[in-house]
Write a protein that binds this ligand. Structure first.
Ligand code: SAM
Length: 213
């Protein structure tokens, strides 16, 4: 996961909703995976490590590590050539398929957390570095969803079009309050979007904050 904040910035910390998405990535990736958060400022590295460590059942989660280095430096340290890293890119020509598992790639790379609506193609910064790319369909997903879908395709061998999704869901809090999310999500067994644990509560809190004077 390549963050889009500069590593030299020392004052930025990670907003709560981003922490929830990062924690969700560890759940979705599963215990056999490792999630690396790269290109973080030193202060973000520290606060993310603190936020993600106190998990109640770490055996169900992917291991994680935080890095101030960018992706290229991390690859160099791991001795990984560029053709072993797959950038998930909505503008890629090829769709991600189950054949992309089985060691074809060593790492899957996701762009910065910001999901602009409409998308501003910030993934282009990574695209320009020359990685092989794959798309997950034309609709923008949250980064944790993109990681979850990638895992289902390459590890569980489920083709992209067999995964249940929900597009632009409305999160309804009560008859008067709801919020529409401008993304595509994995659907759970009840057809609801798989949101990071705690996200629903945070969205409701933020909605109410918007009306405080
Ligand atoms: N706003 C950013 C942009 O316009 O490029 C995208 C942000 S998206 C929330 C974060 C990352 O998730 C992307 O950089 C990409 O790696 C991945 N992603 C999201 N939707 C995707 C899709 N439909 N296909 C491939 N990758 C996707």
């Amino acid at each position: 996961m390549e963050e889009d904040e500069p590593a030299s910035s020392s004052s930025k910390t990670i907003p709560p909703w981003v922490e929830l998405e990062y924690a969700h990535m560890r759940i979705l990736a599963g215990p056999k995976a490792q999630v690396r958060f790269t290109h973080l400022s030193r202060s973000s590295c520290k606060s993310l490590e603190e936020a993600l460590k106190p998990s109640s059942s770490p055996e169900d989660l992917a291991a994680f590590s935080c890095h101030s280095e960018g992706i290229l430096e991390c690859m160099k340290n791991a001795g990984l050539p560029i053709d072993k890293v797959c950038l998930l890119d909505p503008k890629a020509e090829a769709e991600l398929s189950p054949d992309d598992g089985d060691g074809r790639f060593a790492w899957f790379l996701f762009g910065g957390i910001l999901g602009d609506d409409p998308p501003r193609d910030r993934t282009s910064e990574l695209r320009s570095l020359g990685f092989p790319t794959r798309h997950l369909g034309p609709t923008q997903m949250t980064t944790d969803t993109a990681l979850g879908v990638t895992k289902i395709v390459v590890d569980d061998k489920v083709p992209l079009d067999k995964i249940p999704y929900v597009n632009y869901p409305s999160i309804v809090f009560n008859p008067k309050e709801s919020v529409e999310m401008p993304f595509k999500y994995i659907a759970d067994a009840d057809g609801n979007p798989k949101l990071p644990p705690g996200m629903r509560e945070l969205l409701h809190e933020d909605l109410n904050k918007g009306f405080e004077f």
